[in-house]
Design a protein around this ligand. Structure first.
Ligand code: SF4
Length: 123
């Protein structure tokens, strides 16, 4: 029996309403996209939804107390809270350079890193 999932494409400000029809895990049809990116987005959201993540961590020895960081690749949507908890445990020491890798293979995902987004000198 066919079922329908609805999404709103975030590929551009138009925000096309997408309707994905599936039978179990098999995608039957994707409607509502004004360009190819919409279908790709709906397929990704249905099969493996992921989210980018940026936050801050505690830093010692710098002028500011929080260091902005980001995860280098989108992570599974259902692991976002777990990811936030892991990053929250981080405490780094100045100096730090923008681009420094603070965690490798984050959440056991090969090649995914937590990266410093700002240079902070030792003060
Ligand atoms: S389907 Fe294409 S036109 Fe529509 S919101 Fe997505 S990117 Fe924009």
């Amino acid at each position: 029996m066919s079922q329908v999932e609805k999404f709103v494409c975030i590929g551009c400000p138009i925000g096309c309403p997408l309707q994905l029809t599936h039978e179990g895990q098999e995608i039957v049809e994707i409607e509502g996209a004004s360009c190819n990116r919409g279908a790709k987005y709906a397929r990704q959201e249905f099969t493996d939804p992921r989210r980018g993540m940026s936050t801050t961590v505690w830093i010692d020895g710098a002028r500011w107390k929080r260091l902005p960081v980001k995860v280098s690749a989108p992570i599974p949507k259902d692991r976002v809270l777990e990811a936030a908890g892991e990053i929250h445990k981080l405490r780094v020491e100045a100096p730090v350079k923008r681009g420094d890798v603070l965690l490798r293979d984050f959440l056991g995902e090969p090649g995914v890193e937590v990266i410093a987004c700002r240079t902070m000198a030792r003060e």
